[in-house]
Design a protein around this ligand. Sequence first.
Ligand code: CMC
Length: 362
Amino acid sequence: MKTAGLEGVVAAISEISLVDGNKGHLVYRGHWAKDLAISYSFEEVAYLLWYGSLPNKTELHEFGEILKANRRLPDYIKTIIDNLPEKMELMSVLRTVVSAMGTEEYQWPSTTEQALSLTAVLPTVISYRYRRINGLSPIEPSDNLNHVANFLYMLKEEQPSQSHVKALSAYLILTMEHGMNASTFTARVIASTQSDLASAISGAIGAMKGPLHGGAPSGVIELLDEIGSKENAEDVLRRKLKGGERLMGFGHRVYKTQDPRAEALRTITAEFSEDDPWFSLANEVEDLAIELLNEYKPGRKLYTNVEFYAAAILKAIDLPTELFTSAFTSSRIIGWIANVLEQNENNRIIRPASEYSGPMPE
Ligand code: CMC
């Protein structure tokens, strides 16, 4: 098989997720991801992806308590973060911290205890670094808040509104898992060598950091910023399409119909679109953009992708743009871990071949 970028190559048989781009399906272990995003919590869906079924009340309580117990940063990690160059980008800080957490407790085979500890700590690292860099004192995690609410609390030092928690949860749930993407494949390859979980996750963060994978939906923010108000939308969109520009937040390599993640995020944004200018503008621009894409690019099957509403959601909850990719990382770690655990169950080292095209010795 010589496909560029391994397109279409099946690298694993997996029970974790199904991505069907023609039907617009995203399934997590037998459940529609969009339904999970609307009706379940971050903790419940993480549990589902790791253990294969949704938790009962007791299981959920225990899972949440272990996450809470692992949120605080060890002192040596704070020292490391404080000593990293100020200009080091947040994704590199995350990669470094996860690597530094890989002490002897993280030996192969990976366990859910190790997984809980790394998952719990990522939002704390993000908020700690963000606040330090911006001259603010870091906020200790709150034991009264769930994973997502606590993340917002540690960033802003105020109780987040329920609607903001719900919106961020939905975004995080919808981006937890997406088949054999580049970072998940990286995590699987590392795990397959019987290396430890911290190595698999720091490698995956390295893959996620590249602009071809975890690039932030900042292009959508720029588009909405440029449009500014509903009245300008048609002029701006037509000008871009006439000039051969792409509309950010539309089109997808895999999804040739509605991206189910965009659909779910739209449903959630509808609940508070009335009082938020970003949601309102996104809603108003979407239909017009699809109509114009159909006019300028007939037959190309261009629909809204996840980044369109992700940008609107993250902006509306006032998450700074520089945190977009690391917030995505704090959810995708769930999928990486699910894949590492599955890889461990029936492991064989991942070792593909290459075809030599160089010269032979004389
Ligand atoms: N606006 C205008 N025209 C577009 C767009 C767009 N957003 N997307 C594709 N087209 C056109 C493209 O110009 C081409 O037209 P033509 O046939 O005349 O040359 C046709 O549609 C097919 O495009 P393509 O580049 O072959 O499609 P692709 O599957 O290789 O690209 C994409 C997928 C996501 C890179 C592309 O749709 C795009 O650039 N979208 C805008 C950027 C964006 O929103 N990216 C986030 C993707 S979602 C995150 C994820 O899950 O990875």
